[in-house]
Design a protein around this ligand. Sequence first.
Ligand code: ADP
Ligand code: ASP
Ligand code: MG
Length: 814
Amino acid sequence: MQVLKFGGTSVASAENIRKSLAIVAQAVAQGPVVMVVSALGGTTDALIGAGRAAAAADAGYRDALAQLHERHRTAAQELLAGAAQHEKLAAIAAQFGEIQTLCDGIFALGELSPRTLDRLMSYGELLSSRLIAAAAKAQGLAAGWADARQLIRTNSRFGAAEVDLATTTRQVADLKDSTARQVWVVPGFIAADAHGTTTTLGRGGSDYTAALLAAALDAEKLEIWTDVSGMMTADPRLVRSARPIPRISYQEAMELSHFGAKVLYPPTIQPVMQRGIPLWIKNTFASTDAGTLVEVAPPRTAAVVQGISSIGSLTLLNLEGSGMVGIPGFSMRLFAALARERINVVLITQSSSEHSICVGVAAHDTDPAQVAVDEEFATEIAAGRIEPLRPEPDLAIVALVGENMKDHPGISGKLFGALGQNGVNIRAIAQGASEKNISTVIRAADVRKAINVLHEAFFEATYKLVNLFILGPGNVGGKLLGQLAQQQAHLLENLGLRVRVVAIASSRHCLVDEQGLDLTAWPEALAAAPAQSLEEFTQLIIGHNLRNSIFVDVTANPDAARCYAPLLAKSVAVVACNKVAASSDYASYARLKSLSKEFNASFLFETNVGAGLPVIGTLNDLTRSGDVVRRMEAVLSGTLNFVFNNYDGTRLFADVVRQAQAEGYTEPDPRLDLSGSDVARKILILAREAGEVMEMSDIEIDTFLPPACLEGDVEAFYTQLAAHESHFRALYEAAAVTGTRLKFVARYADGAAAVGLQTIPPGHDLYDLRGKDNVVLFFTDRYVEQPLVVKGAGAGAEVTASGVFADIVRAARL
Ligand code: ADP
Ligand code: ASP
Ligand code: MG
C-alpha cells in the first residue's frame, strides 16, 4: 500500500486534477494506492466565509455558494463526459443544495457553532474526493471512494478534533482487506466522533489524514504532493532564495512544521515516524523534481542548520514577582491554569533567578490566558507578591532547526550577531537541551527581515545582500549609480556582496523597487515617479525594514542630515557625501556617532574631505592604533587649488572660477568654496575626527574675497568677482614676484584651527600641487619630522562617487 496525498492547489482545477491522477496512475504500477485529497484550493476558506456571512445576517453567502458551485460544475464538465458527467452534476447540485440549507439555517439562527462549521467545511473534501474518484474511474483506474468519517475516529472537539488511534486503526484495517481496488480515493481533513457526527482535524489537516491512513495500513511510503518541490530551507514566500532540503529527519521536519513550515501539518509526522514509514514531499507541478525525503536518520551533511521557520501572532506572557523566588509550584500552577482553558503554550523561558517565567501563546489566546492566570494568582497579586500578568502582543517566533546544531558551538552567536546587526531586537529565546531548535521571539514586523538575514547567514555564506537607498541622483549620485551598475559582478565575485539599489530619490521624484532597480534605465523611470518628502523617504526606508540597508546621501541639502538619526536608530547605515551633518553643531555630530555605535550601523563620510582620497580613513587608522594627531596642514579645496593653479592674470579671475564650476569641482554654490567656509568645514571635520571638541565658530576664517563679492546671488557674485579683478591680480603678482604660489591653506594645531590664503615657497610640501589636487599633512606622535602625506585629486564627480562607493562597501562589510 502507498498513500499519496494531494493538496488544495494540486486539485484546484480539472487540469490540476489530471496531473494528480497521472501521478497516481504511475504509482499504481507499484501497488495499490490510497489517494487522500484536499478540497479544491480555496474551497475551505470560501465555505467558512459563507458560514460567517450567514451568521452575520449577510445574504452575500448565497452568491459565494453559487460561485463555488459553478467552480465544481466546471471541473466536473471538464473531467467527465456523457452519463458520468450528468450523474456527477446532479450529485454536485444535491450537495450544494445541502450546503445551501445548512447556511440558510445558520442565517436564520444568526449563529455558527464549531460543530456546524465542521459540518459545513466537510463538504469541501466530500465534493472533491467524490469528483476525483469519478474522474479516476473515467480514466480507467479501478477506483473506489471511501468515506474518511468511517475510517478516522476522533473525539468531539469540533474544529481540531483529537484522533482515537486504536479505533481508527481498527476501522482502516477493513480498507486494507478490500484489495479489489487499485485506488481508494479518500477525503482528507474530515473524520467523525463516536456518534458519527462529522469533525475536522484542523486547518491543513489532510496531511494528517494521509499519515493516519499510512500508519494504520503500514504503508510502504507516504507521499505528500503539493505546490513546491519539497520542504524548503525557509518559507519560499518570505525568502526568495529558499531551496528544497533533500533529506531530513522526522524530528527536524516535525520541528520545522511545528514552527510554521506550512508545507506539512504538524501532527502529520508522528504516526509515520512511529512506524518508520518514509515520507516524501513532492511537487505535483514538477513531478520529476527530487523533493524531500523525511526519514529516521538521513545521511549527515555539512548543513548544521536544516531550515528556518516562523510563527506569527504570538503574545508573550510574563509572570513576575519577588514572591516566586525559590518557592516551588508556581510554574505548575501557571501551566495548569493555562491548560484548564486549553491554551497551548508555544514557548517557555525562565531565567535562573526564578524571578519571572515567560511563556508564549497564540495571539487569540491572550485574553483568556490573562484572565485565567490572574485568577489563579489572585491572592498573590493582591498581596503584592506577584505582578498582574503583562501580555506583550505583536510578536513572532523565528526558529533555527537542525539536529547537528548541538555539536557545533557558535550557532547562537551567529544568530544573535546577524539579527543584532540588522536592528532586530530579540525579546526572548528558548533552546531545548536537545538543541534541535533555537527559537527567538522578535517583533512580528521584523520576521521577513530576520528570516532573510538568517537564511543568508546560514545558507548563503557565499554572498550578502545589501540594500541601498540613494538620495540625490545628481552629478555625483549619477556617477555613483553608473559605477554600481558596472561593478555589480565584481562585488559579488570578489567581495561576496550583492548590491541592490532599492530606491532613488531626487528633490522631485522617488523611484522604488524592493526587488532592485534596473541601473541602466533609472533616469527615465525616475522622471516619471512621484514626489516624496525627506520625511516620507525616511519612513519608506524604515518601513521596508530590509536587512543590510544603507542610506546614501549624495546631496548638499542641509535638511537631508535630519534623516540620519532616525535611520541610524533603526540600524540603517548612513553614507554621506553631504558635509552638513559632520560639520553642524558638535552635539549633533556626536549624537550621530554614538547612535552609529549603539545600533551597530556605520556612519561614514570619507568624501567630506578630499573627495575620494583616504583622508578620514587614514586619520581614523592613526587614532585607532593609538597615535595622536598633533598638527594638520592641508590644502582642502579642489576648487581653490584649481583656481589658483590656473589663474595667471591672462584671464579674468571670475572666468577661471566659472570654469571650475563648469567642470564640476565647486559646491553647487561656488561661494562656499571661494569664501573659505567649505575648507573650514573640512578642517573642522578632521579636527573632530582627531578627537577635538570643536565648533565652526572656533575656526578662524581669513577670506581673501572682498566683502562685496558675498552679497547677492551667484550671478551677482560673478559680477563682483569681475569688478574686483585688480584685487585678485594684485594677490597673484605679489606672490609671483617672490617666486611663491598662492594656496588656500587649512591648519590645525593644539586645539585651534584656521584657514586662509598663504604664499607657499618652492620645496614646501604644499607647493607642488597640480590641478584640483588636495593634500593633507599629518604630524603625529609617530610622524614627527616627516608628516604622513595624503595627496591626489580632491574634487570631481567621478572620484567623489568612487569615495562614496568605497564607504558603501565598508558599511556593507561591517
Ligand atoms: P497544500 O495545499 O498542498 O497542502 P499548503 O499551502 O498547505 O499546500 O503548503 C504548501 C505551501 O507551504 C507552499 O506553497 C509554501 O508557500 C508554504 N511553505 C511555508 N514554509 C515552507 C517550507 N519551509 N517549505 C516549503 N513550503 C513552505
Ligand atoms: N481543506 C482543508 C484546509 O484548507 C484541509 C487541507 O487542505 O489540508 O484547511
Ligand atoms: Mg497543506
